[in-house]
Write a new protein. Sequence first.
Lengths: 448, 730
Amino acid sequence: MMNPTRDLTKPGCVIAGAVSILLAIGLATIYVTDTHYAAGHDGPANAARQFVYILASLVVVAIIIRLGYHAVLRHTYLLFALATLFLVPPLIAKLTHSNLGGFVPSRNGAHRWIQLPGVQLQPSEFMKVVYVLTLAWYLRYRNNYRRLGGLLLPFLIFAIPLGLILIEPDLGTVLLLIPVLFVMLFVAGARLRHLALIATIGIAAVPFAWDRIEAYQRLRVTAVLLQSESLRRDVIAHPDRYHRLATRRQALEWSAGTGYQLVHSKNAMGSGGMLGYGWGRGPYVEYPLLPDRHNDFVFAVVGHQWGFFGCVTVLLCYFAITLAGVRIASATPDPSGRLLAVGIVTLIGTQAVVNMGMSSGLIPTTGMTLPFVSHGGSSLLSGFMCLGLLISIARHRPFTLAAQPFEFTERDTVPHHPADQKAVVPGVIGPWSPARGPRNGTSVVLEP
Amino acid sequence: MFDRRLRVLVAAFALAGIAIILRLGQLQVVRANYYRDRAAQSLVQKAEWLPFVRGSILDRTGHVLVSDEPCWDITVDYSVIAAFSSDDPQVWRELTRSWRRRFRPPTPSEGGTIESLFRDAVHASWIELDAWERSRPRPSPDDVYDRARSIQARVQSVRETVAARRGFDAPVAEETQRHAIIAGLAPDEQIAARERLSQFPWIHLEPSSQRRFHGDVTPLAHILGGMGRVTAEDVARDPHVDDPFAAYRADESRGISGIEWSAESRLRGRRGRITVDLDGSVIPGEDIAAEHGQDVTLTIHAPLQDRLHKLLTDTVRGVAASSGGAIVVVDVPTRDVLALVSVPSYDPVHFDELYASLRDDTQRLPLRFRAVSNRYAPGSTVKPLICLVGLINHAITLDSREECRGFLLDDQPDRWRCWQVHGTSIRKAHGDIDVVGALTGSCNIFMYRLGERLGVDRLCDAFDMVGIGRASGIGLKEEDVGINPTTSWLSTNKNLTVTAGNARLFAIGQGELALTPVQLANLMATYANGKYRPLRLVQQQDPQPEWVLPVSREQWRAIRRGMYGVVNDPDGTAYEHAHFIHDRYALVGKTGSATAYPWPTAYRMSFTDEFGVRLTALVPAGTQNQAVERFTSEHPDAVLDADSVEVATKWPPGEPLDGENHSHAWFGGFLQELGGGGEPDWSREPRIAFVALVEFGGSGSRITGPLAKEIAATLLHVLGPELQPDAQRD
């Protein structure tokens, strides 16, 4: 039946290894931050919960691998509709300022979770995975996005769920999915200059959007900018110059106010030095000085315990996953598989980069968790789903002598008639069709 | 191409990764030590300040008069105080969040959010505090809610003051501290309070101290003074405002009168501080002990003060028209003030309760520190000084003689006259007298002529020489410096040009010339040993240099002989009443009377009330402005008829006993040692000088003479035959 080719065992092992290291680091850190002072209202036994979530997620991974990613992809649109549906309750809760009878509890003013008996789900986490799936499925055969006009439609379609997530409000997830969209389009062949144009328009719109985003989101940007002591002094001395950006009071009270978490995050990370304080040791482990140290800011605690080497290890694990994922993408001829692999890699990698940047003060706080390390059921689950899909792609490599998909030359702006297409291997009709999948292709696929 | 694009993607991630690694390097490699220090600092919980004990005030014999006594205060965190009257849900939300971890709801109920439970608990705690306050034995005019409000107002005004000084607004230390809502609990009260209030984590019982008077300190009330709350102006003018160990805080008290005020910097100590880490153990090297305030030793002899206070109180009570008096006793060589009596006085222990009635007693004015704050014309007591000045300036000599016929000017025999013999309308005519006789008989005519010859300027120089118009050296805030009526002063303040009439008046101690009892006591001491030196009230004050008057020994002998004659010669003005018979000492002194003007004690005014009815009110007050102010603050709705305000009653109410005017009565003098033969041995410097004043005591020595004898007897009894203030006696 299936014959996993040897080529992709290595990337698969690399991924499995890297993820295991990350899981271990995460569990170890969550465990020690548990035993010294319970993490506020979450209560003790975070580590136990994390372990259970891992096991549950592994089951899901097994299911996905068994089903195969194609099976998942076939039902993408349905999943997309479901995921969008799940996004509606938080939206309603936010607009009506209620928590829908406990169904959508609010935390810090954000309605992002759905409370089911025994477990809290975060729909936006699933939306991420489904988004990538849908994009991969949608883009796999189109080639009209070589033109600017053809590029706009995906943008518009995929703006809808982003909009829903944005209203939750969850700017972080939206900002994560935009690069994913860009990268998938880029890798699928859209012209760089078109993408650059859209990106420029987007960046140019930021000053206008500045006033539209929620106050607390502005505060987060302000908080990270006020890291610089010279900027703070400037704001204190000349508040009128910076009035759109930060108030004088924010600058004065930064280290106890909006900058509090960042200050402690940097303290924790920096005090780790080269080698760290050791597992379970160090003031930031023993005392609950850093908020969210078991989920959003777990990277800081990793740095605290294991120092520079610990942080670099985590970083390298993600890089390894990225490389392995890219290897899988490049080796897979199935267009949807390629796109999916790239999308997943971008998703995980960007999330990791954003979280690590946030912990070290390069990026405003977003609420992104560190995949596989942070505590959080939905985060783990979506991470493992990505993992499962990736492994599934690696395993189900169709042997084909067809042209590699997404190979364009510069002159390719008009859809070709299949008959006109230059085949790499003569005599075999490629899977190309302007509208649909292989209909009359006789590609040899070594899979049911 | 796909592969190429993939490579671009990988490169992008690699770049991001490098950026992060660089940042990590910056944090963890380059600045690791910095962050390690900061991490260590984060372990520190907020510092706890340790209170200091305020210094005690002792008298010269070592008795403690006032000291800090440990007690307990019930304190509440400022955040709860600030919120108690607020309805803003945001405020309560934040408050709930900050107390969340420490607050256990009394009943684990299902109903209500944590916020409403917390709010109910806070309200319940205020009710408990109020009930506790009401159950205390000593009633207080304000309740816990008033106190909470006033604490809030005070802290806010401190914050505004500090913000104005710093240039930007930021929270002040007082907003993170606990403030006393109920102060001064005894140890057993504290235990009961702890049991009752321990369920509320924002209520604490903290050790504290309160000022305690030892024994009956009514005679010393004015000297000791009292404490009051620190106000925003105190914070604004605080020289230590930037030193967190010494700066004033809004919930502290500071001296506001008397020695408590003048010795504030010595009595006040410095706080201590301990910093505690999150486990509650003290961080070594970070604990700084409190420095307690230093004690202040007064030069006052408390047993003497007590005796003299009682003596003066009895005397004043025996004079119907008298509203009070003062006695000042000075140690001549050192100019230490041994007694500073001011009658009437009050009991400082019950000051808070009695304050309103003390303030409103416009007749007796018990809060007035007469001995240092009130100035009176010295009358004949300056005549020795005038004679001295005449001798120094060669206006007269020891042999000069004058003819006193009872009046100065032939064409105006009813003006410039000598004094009136008591009980008659006859004016005294001394006949042909010299300096000594002029003093003994207190001849006005002699002085008029001398004053004319000297002129106002030379007289005023002399007054300045003995400290009139200048601070006496005791350093109290209540002190008045008297009036030295120089030419410029007269033209500025009274719009007068100087004439001979002024000089004549000054020469007999009347007119604009005025001094306080302490200044006159110092003048008496100057008469006694021929040197001028500022007075001293606190032993820790540095002694001042003395200045020898440019008067020869013969001249001094004459002057003192004259003063001796006042009391001890049959024709002396005080002989009848003040002749003190003792084998070792003679009383040498001078009487005086100052023209006294009655003062208003209540005003009458007409007004229309809110119903249109025209009524009359009687308002106790000392001045018209005070009366109007008092009226308008008590009756804001009434319309006052400003023209109708007039003096209703004054003190003294009756007509003067001695004819034309009321007079205050002075006696000032010193105890001179006798030699062989019962005559004074002028080579021996007297040790003690004193002054006594009886308000509205009439002219002459009828009242002050016997008083002076009693004072002399008391001095000898208390201080011993050697008149040594530091001898171990009584």
